[in-house]
Write a protein that binds this ligand. Structure first.
Ligand code: IFM
Length: 508
């Protein structure tokens, strides 16, 4: 089975995926089923081999209206980045090394030996980027704080230069009328913490709470949204099980420990946020993956995939319990020891993890099909990121599932996007325009059906360092020439800007 080198949001080495419980049932229609059955393409993770993908762009038969679909007043339009992917300047102002510096420096981990230098040089160029954001009309900008800039070794007193940088960034955003969304952890753990076990040890959650408290104290006067942990699944699975991301481990039991300790860190930081009296709101960012059984009469495999990809994260945070079918040796499960995992959760942990949040941030890239055994199978066209099966309707299904299966909570889509079809600098990206248009339409449709969706952030503002893909995979609505650092808005940026100005998505 091919190793998914670094697919962030993605399926496990052998078989992976996930589903909205109700949504996979919606695939019962004969068209969808035929398409799904034709979809067992060789080469996909867990794919069992056979014919090519039959695209199913419109499985439910829903047709977007012929006129613009409007969003509620106050709907937040944003764009997102993360520190290691855009900042560069990895050795200035006292920043300590992170696991990603270590990982990228290891031969063979990242395409072409790329590293977080120079990225998009945003550490130095943020004023210029804020002008860009203003020109686009963005209402919000999501960035992450590099923990090793604040605590170079992951604990102890704050580094004033690090704090000063983010203070200036936040102030400049606020001055420009752009609401900051501040991610506390987007995978760049201080290397010193990794050296003593990183997220596989409980103590890292406590260290994270200390780090978070430093930032609430320093920036808590600002009316901002805070995201505690970005995609704990990706960091746990790809970083600790598949070995494709830092820290490069390949042990499902360590991945399971990284799940629990990141969730615990989220809960502890949420408690610290309340205790600090900081302004603004706080939530967690979960990448969710609707999984559709290719056989509506047998959804057991898809249920397991849903458990490991979605409910393993949603249930503890929103319901205060772990699902009992996420871990185990059956296809579709995280193949870790369930007893050892259960022992990690000390009395009170799940109360901490389910501390009330102000919003749920979800990151949506696509869907997966699952066969009756629990293997991932392709049922929709993939983008240039091989793990991304694109289906805009999956976003609608996911939002409806959240509405129906979990307690009501404001929802924000904090990542949604697609890579360019070329690794060269380009500004001509009609596929991204269509991706955004169709996903915005599904978001509007879900709002119309009662989903409390409050905002939509595009991934990404800028072309950047795409983890193990290095600089080859470009996800920005703004192109970056990494030689000159020149920024040029792509066609999709113009489209997005028009959507923001109208607060409505136009028909095709
Ligand atoms: O670039 C990543 C981001 O860091 C996390 N979510 C998925 C994006 C695209 O792969």
């Amino acid at each position: 089975m091919p190793q998914p080198a670094a697919d962030p949001g993605l399926p496990a080495p052998t078989r992976r995926a996930a589903l909205p419980r109700r949504a996979f049932l919606a695939l019962g229609g004969s068209t969808a089923l035929a398409a799904a059955l034709a979809a067992c393409t060789p080469g996909g993770p867990g794919a069992s081999g056979s014919p090519a993908i039959t695209p199913t762009p419109n499985p439910s038969g829903w047709v977007p209206p012929g006129e613009p679909m409007a969003f509620p007043r106050g709907y937040v339009w944003g764009a997102a980045t993360s520190a290691y992917q855009v900042e560069g300047s990895t050795a200035v102002d006292g920043r300590g090394p992170s696991v990603w510096d270590t990982f990228a420096a290891r031969y063979g981990t990242v395409k072409h030996g790329d590293t977080g230098e120079p990225a998009a040089d945003q550490y130095r160029r943020y004023p210029e980027d804020i002008v860009l954001m203003s020109d686009l009309g963005l209402g919000a900008y999501r960035f992450s704080v590099a923990w090793p800039r604040i605590q170079p070794t992951g604990s102890g007193p704050a580094n004033p230069a690090g704090l000063d940088h983010y203070r200036k960034l936040v102030d400049a955003l606020v001055d420009a009328g752009i609401r900051p969304m501040i991610t506390l952890f987007h995978w760049d753990l201080p290397q010193a913490l990794q050296d003593v076990g990183g997220w596989t040890t409980r103590d890292t959650a406590a260290r994270f709470a200390d780090y978070a408290a430093i930032l609430f104290d320093a920036l808590g006067d600002v009316e901002a949204d805070w995201m505690t942990v970005n995609e704990p699944k990706t960091h746990a699975f790809v970083g600790h099980w598949y070995g494709g991301h830092a820290p490069g481990l390949r042990d499902p039991d360590l991945a399971a420990a990284a799940v629990h300790h990141q969730l615990l860190a989220h809960g502890l930081a949420t408690e610290a946020f309340r205790a600090s009296g900081a302004a603004g709101r706080i939530g967690i960012g979960l990448n969710l993956l609707p999984a559709y059984s290719i056989d509506p009469a047998n959804t057991r495999g898809a249920e397991r995939v849903d458990a490991s990809e979605n409910r393993l994260f949603l249930d503890p945070v929103l319901l205060g319990s772990y699902p009992d079918d996420a871990l185990g040796q059956a296809p579709g499960q995280l193949p870790a020891d369930p007893t050892a995992f259960a022992a990690l959760a000390l009395p009170g942990d799940l109360e901490v993890i389910s501390a009330p949040m102000d919003f749920l941030a979800i990151q949506y890239y696509g869907i997966t099909g699952v066969d009756t055994v629990g293997n991932v199978v392709p049922i929709a066209p993939t983008s240039d990121a091989s793990w991304q099966q694109v289906r805009a309707e999956g976003l609608y299904d996911l939002l409806i599932r959240l509405r129906d299966d979990y307690p009501a909570i404001p929802i924000v889509i904090t990542e949604n996007g697609i890579p360019d079809e070329t690794s060269a600098v380009t500004v001509d990206d009609p596929y991204r325009v269509e991706f955004l248009r169709t996903h915005f339409q599904q978001a509007a449709r879900a709002i119309g059906d009662g989903v409390p969706l409050e905002g939509h952030y595009v991934w990404s503002l800028l072309d950047n360092f795409e983890w193990a893909e290095g600089y080859d995979q470009r996800w920005g609505i703004v192109a970056v020439d990494f030689e000159t650092q020149e920024r040029t808005a792509k066609r999709s940026a113009g489209f997005f800007s028009d959507v923001i100005a109208a607060n409505a998505v136009p028909p095709a």
